[in-house]
Design a protein around this ligand. Structure first.
Ligand SMILES: Cc1cc2nc3c(=O)[nH]c(=O)nc-3n(C[C@H](O)[C@H](O)[C@H](O)COP(=O)(O)OP(=O)(O)OC[C@H]3O[C@@H](n4cnc5c(N)ncnc54)[C@H](O)[C@@H]3O)c2cc1C
Ligand code: FES
Length: 347
């Protein structure tokens, strides 16, 4: 245990105590304060904030893409990497009144593998059930951290399902040739194996106080939280219009097509628009082609007044934010999760 310091967040006026051994983001989550975050590893910049008072802060390693040196010198910091060594006042640059006080308790636990099925040539559908504790609550769109067996490393995976009584969790996981966790999943993990987990994390959740039409943009394993959000909207009879643009390379990279077609029967006004960026001659594809951002721009003359949810590989998310903003979405109403991979953080 280090020393405890008071960290005050403005403009929301919330104060928490943070042990200097902990990051500010972690301490806030443990105290039910849900700050904006994505990777928790200093890579995505979702937690970037401004230090108004105090300067004795130590940062764990982070990417200078997320926090360039000039921003750090101006007083910006990454709450997922920042340890306080004195009392601080932080201005949240990116916060959401609707979720900041709705943090669910973080729980560590053990899950058991129920099924591992391929959904494409390089993506697996993993289903696990909770062994302990009795319950881990989450909002659709949030994610769980898995400890990689035999290591201290963790990897984050978004729930594709909605909260349920039988304690099942579903994931869509991309397999990388040298991926620490994903290779374990693809080659060694068996039904019945147990894994250590912690959840819930993330702020990629449906802002329920809003009623406007929705546009979802996803790619690759970004399908997972989108499914979670759509399934939850269908279960609860949410009637907002939603268009889901999903980018894949070729037809063999598409998944959950049948379920998405079925969801258009259940949801009041749902359109699924898959697009292939590199269709092969064998694909016999008559749907949309090109980069998913170009497809959105082609089909949507204006997105003013819509809320957007974007999820997938970081370059796709960055490109989508630019396109959506250009088409009239307000920046504050573009919600996203970047699936950063761990690798070696730069800087
Ligand atoms: C908030 C959040 C939610 C996430 N949700 C999901 C999810 O639902 N599903 C999901 O699949 N992932 C998700 N991720 C990513 C996930 O956490 C892991 O980072 C990812 O699965 C890689 O882990 P790994 O251990 O298999 O690979 P690692 O051992 O971490 O290796 C990955 C490294 O290898 C590189 N690499 C290896 N092979 C390739 C290749 N063929 N092409 C390009 N790069 C390669 C990667 O760029 C990276 O640097 C999420 C990440 C975040 C931050
Ligand atoms: S940089 Fe802090 S959550 Fe991603």
């Amino acid at each position: 245990m280090g020393e405890k310091h008071v960290v005050r967040f403005e403009p929301v006026g919330i104060e928490i105590e943070v042990d200097s051994d902990q990051t500010i983001l972690r301490a806030a989550a443990e105290q039910g304060v849900q700050l904006m975050h994505g990777c928790k590893e200093g890579q995505c910049a979702a937690c970037k904030s401004f230090v108004l008072e105090g300067e004795d802060i130590e940062l764990d390693s982070y990417s200078t893409f997320a926090l360039p040196d000039y921003e750090k010198e101006e007083g910006q910091t990454l709450l997922c990497r920042a340890h306080p060594f004195e009392d601080l006042t932080i201005e949240l640059l990116n916060y959401d009144e609707e979720i900041i006080r709705s943090g669910l308790p973080l729980r560590t636990g053990t899950v058991e593998v129920v099924a591992i099925e391929p959904v494409t040539h390089d993506m697996r559908h993993l289903v696990v059930k909770l062994i302990e504790p009795e319950e881990i609550k989450f909002f659709p769109g949030q994610y769980m951290d898995f400890q990689v067996p035999g290591t201290d490393d963790t990897r984050s995976f978004s729930m594709a399902n909605t909260p349920n009584r039988d304690g099942h969790f579903e994931f869509v996981i991309k397999v990388y040739p040298d991926g620490l966790f994903s290779q374990h999943l693809a080659t060694r993990l068996q039904v019945g194996d147990r894994l250590a987990v912690e959840a819930p994390f993330g702020t990629f959740t449906l802002r329920e106080s809003r009623t406007c039409d929705l546009v979802f943009v996803g790619g690759g394993a970004g399908m997972a939280p989108m499914l979670g959000l759509l399934r939850s909207m269908a279960d609860r009879g949410v009637e907002r219009k939603v268009t889901f643009y999903y980018g894949a390379r070729t037809r063999r990279d598409l998944c959950f097509e049948k379920e998405l077609v079925a969801l258009s029967e259940q949801l009041a006004d749902f359109t699924f628009v898959p697009a292939l960026s590199e269709p092969s001659d064998d694909d016999d594809w008559t749907g949309e082609t090109g980069l998913i951002t170009d497809v959105v721009a082609r089909r949507e003359p204006s997105l003013a007044g819509r809320d957007a949810y974007v999820c997938g590989p970081p370059p796709m998310v960055d490109a989508a934010i630019v396109t959506l903003t250009r088409l009239g979405c307000s920046e504050g109403h573009i919600f996203y999760d970047k699936f950063t991979t761990t690798g070696e953080p730069e800087g």
